[in-house]
Each structure stands twice: as structure tokens, then as C-alpha cells.
Design a protein. Structure first.
Length: 285
């Protein structure tokens, strides 16, 4: 792998999306470990990472995504999946073992037997009960947080070590198809994709929304209407300058125009996501 390591602080401030990669290998195992080392909500680690190595599966995911980034053979493709199925199975297994252990205890005092009986009945009931704590909105969002933090940890490690990547929210263009392609069980949901490799291009860094519009102190950013409009206009000029002077694919554009175009953009099957989550067993009414 090319030695282009940087200090973490410098890396975070220099982030840019990489869409073309060299045919050079990367340390997939370390990338996966970086993802698994990320912070986790309540230590439940409610995500699963899928590394796509089958060319036919890659092409099928590319068809779902429609992203030009996947029209290449270089790079490593990962899909991050919200996963509470594993926790549900672990909980039911532990409760079933507890119930079985209680039933095996036949000796002891009458009070001890009564206590074991109560514990066994509770474990029996819970082992087959609905796992609401793993299927509600809180559980789903915790899985989204875990998967997203894992993806960012992977990309952060990659960027600090001479690699780059591109997030693929476009895998949600047809979530049902992706669930089928990845053979995902109930209580899981594919939340985003990420392709990582050794950069074969050096794009400029896109300017970000100014802090006056995106950062608040002790509450939502307080900007009066006139200053707010001035800040948006200034940002539109900055974005226009970026697009007109970048190395490739120059165009006349502004951030405001981009936002307006989004209103008319093809949402594919995104409006179906709520129904798909319910099909997957999440209680997200």
C-alpha cells in the first residue's frame, strides 16, 4: 500500500471523497477491525459488516446503486447493516439456557424450589416473548448509530493511512433487493455502503456550509434573517467558484440550486423504507 499516512487531526480536516482507485491491495482485516473498534450504543454493537468479494454480487449491488463509483474493479466494497437479530438470538439463547438450568434443579428446600420455579417460568416466558427492546425505534436508531460510527472509523483509519473512500447511500435505491441479495434476516437493515482503496485521483475539497449556519452554542444557531441570507449568498458564491475551477467536471452551480434540484430528484424506493423496516420486524410506526 502506498505510504501516505497523515496525522489524525490533519486527516479529519482534509477529507474528500475518492471515486477512483488504483489496482493496489489494502489490508482488509485491519479495515474491518477499525470498524469493529468504533464506539457503540450501550455496548450492544448492533451492526454487521459485509465485505463484498463476489463479482456477481458486486455487479448486482452496482445495479441497485447506479453509482459510477461501482463501475470499476478496484477498491474494496463493504455494506454496513443495522443488526438487532444477533442480540435477539443471544437473549433468547441465554434465557432458554437459564430456563433449562432451573428445570434441572430438583433438590433443595421448598423455598429454594419455589424460587427456582419462579425464575424458570420467567425465563420460559421471556425466551418466547416479543423482543420489543430490540425492535423499537430506539433499537433501530442505536443500530444506525453503531453502523455509521463503524463506517466512519473505518474510513478515518483508511484516510490516515494513505487510502480513501466513498460512501454509498445509494444502496437504499432498492432496499428490498439489497436485503434479498445479501440474504439478510429479520431485524436487520442495510444502511450504507463504503468503497475503500488507494486513491487514483486527487479531487479538491468541497467547501462546507459556514459555521454561522451550522454550529450553535447552547442552542440552534441564532442568526437574524438578513445575516442568514448574506451567509447563504456568500456560500453560494463559494460553491460556484469551486465548481467552476475544479480540475474536472466543471459546471455552473450553487448550493441553493443543488437543494432545489433535490426536491425533484428521483427518490427511487426511498419512500418505501418505513414499510420495509416493518417487513423486517422493526416496530417503527
Amino acid at each position: 500500500m502506498t505510504d501516505m499516512s497523515r496525522q489524525p487531526g490533519e486527516t479529519a480536516l482534509r477529507h474528500r471523497t475518492i471515486r477512483r482507485f488504483k489496482p493496489e491491495p489494502v489490508d482488509v482485516g485491519t479495515l474491518e477491525n477499525a470498524a469493529r473498534a468504533a464506539a457503540s450504543s450501550e455496548y450492544l454493537q448492533s451492526f454487521t459488516l459485509i465485505h463484498v468479494t463476489d463479482p456477481d454480487l458486486w455487479h448486482a449491488i452496482a445495479a441497485v446503486s447506479g453509482s459510477a463509483v461501482l463501475q470499476q474493479e478496484n477498491g474494496e466494497l463493504f455494506v454496513f447493516v443495522v443488526d438487532t437479530d444477533r442480540d435477539i438470538r443471544i437473549a433468547r439463547r441465554a434465557l432458554a439456557k437459564q430456563a433449562a438450568a432451573g428445570k434441572a434443579k430438583t433438590a433443595g428446600s421448598a423455598d429454594a424450589i419455589r424460587n427456582v420455579s419462579r425464575e424458570t417460568m420467567l425465563a420460559d416466558a421471556l425466551s418466547n416473548a416479543p423482543m420489543h427492546a430490540f425492535t423499537n425505534w430506539n433499537a433501530f436508531l442505536a443500530g444506525v448509530f453503531d453502523a455509521t460510527l463503524a463506517a466512519q472509523n473505518m474510513l478515518g483509519y483508511a484516510e490516515a493511512n494513505g487510502m480513501g473512500g466513498c460512501y454509498l447511500g445509494s444502496i437504499l435505491n432498492d432496499a428490498r433487493r439489497l436485503i434479498d441479495l445479501l440474504r439478510l434476516p429479520k431485524h436487520t437493515f442495510p444502511i450504507l455502503g463504503l468503497i475503500i482503496g488507494v486513491p487514483d485521483d486527487e479531487p479538491g475539497q468541497k467547501p462546507r456550509v459556514p459555521s454561522s449556519l451550522s454550529v450553535g452554542e447552547n442552542g440552534y444557531p441564532a442568526v437574524d434573517e438578513e445575516k442568514w441570507n448574506e451567509a447563504v449568498d456568500a456560500y453560494d458564491r463559494t460553491v460556484a467558484a469551486y465548481y467552476s475551477t475544479r480540475g474536472s467536471n466543471t459546471r455552473a452551480d450553487t448550493f441553493s440550486a443543488l437543494v432545489v434540484r433535490h426536491l425533484a430528484s428521483d427518490q427511487h424506493h426511498r419512500d418505501d423504507i418505513g414499510a420495509i423496516l416493518r417487513e423486517q420486524g422493526f416496530e417503527v410506526e
